[in-house]
Design a binder for this molecule. Sequence first.
Ligand code: ZN
Length: 414
Amino acid sequence: ASMYRIIRFTNIFLVLLIFPKSDYLNEFLFKETIPPDSDIIKQDYFNYKSSKKYNLNIVYFIPSDVSNLTDSRRRLSEIFLHGQKFYLNNMESYGFGKRTFNLLVDKKNKKVKIIYIKGKFPIKHYPYKGGGNKIKEEVEEYFSMNPHEKNSEHTIVIVPVKDVDNADVPFYGGGRWCYALDYVNMDIKYFGENSKLGTDASKSIGGIFHELGHGLNLPHNSQKKSEYNNPKKGTALMGYGNYTYGMTPTFLTKASCAILNNNQIFGDTNGKEFYSNTSLQIKNISSSFSNESIIISEKFLSNIDVNYIGFYNDPAVNNSDYDAITWASPIVDNNSFNIKMPINELYLKGNYPYILRLRFFHINGEITTYSYAYKFNNNIPILEFTTDKNYHDRSNWKVIFHSSQENEDGLATN
Ligand code: ZN
């Protein structure tokens, strides 16, 4: 406590010298009477800068019965700078340049800008189920009152919890918003440590960057077999990499990076228009199996240019898409592509059914998805893709059950 007092007195002195305005004085005198934790939240000495127009909004959302956790600014700054580098290394490895999610940073002090917002309600009001939208509402209210604080369409919200083992707060992402948690020992210094602190660090910090991926438009996907065995790759972050980050090799797939390549907050995107409506039509699609590879080629028409396509081979054995093995290919001649996917990269063959999701990555950051079913028959894929599907009339359909759902685009009704 005495340390804080010394630091604070020094700052009062400086502020008096530099800003002899009464509102500053009042604010600082007021701060003398509130406890150090809250003080750290309000008193922001740092000088955050970014040369980029759009930057990630990092919100630390504090329920009314929880306090800001010790050292949150330092711990989270180190965490986000770690993740920023991870995303950059992956982008660069595929030739997308030295780009990553932009942050407002005080480089000298190694601090990233965190917006501290006090919630209106106790933590019970913001459970995993449904809590995300309630927090979003309050954060949006804050942004509408403080428009200069909103730096892009992409926001990550961190909620402090007292007990990481019994946390019931939002932990998911989608629709450019995502949610994760903070606990007092969440720190990159525990990476690789063979202890509960070590596994918790991987899970929670890996979790932050997995959910951030969703908040940056990324769907789930899995590494190929050869990638898993490559010590420079390992486990895909948007698969189960939220358990391996900081512990064993973890990476972003090329498809993930091709999506980020069109993201609003990746590098210099000044002057570009993002997330406007897109429409895309498939003109023709052909598929074959030769040389132990699935080969697909296609022509399409789109109102907004597409620069890459992702091919997500999802075994239709469960409801999850964490296991969708993924390729990515650039567009040729503006409106067509072809891809060769060696089936020795897939884990499940035999007689397994699959869904192939074709995702078209538009240059404005939007994604159009088309899904095709196929199946393996004695280890051979049977591909019968066609452009004219007869869809059932869905107007009377109702959701009668869902095992899980996520915000906005991830709702079961979609
Ligand atoms: Zn996920």
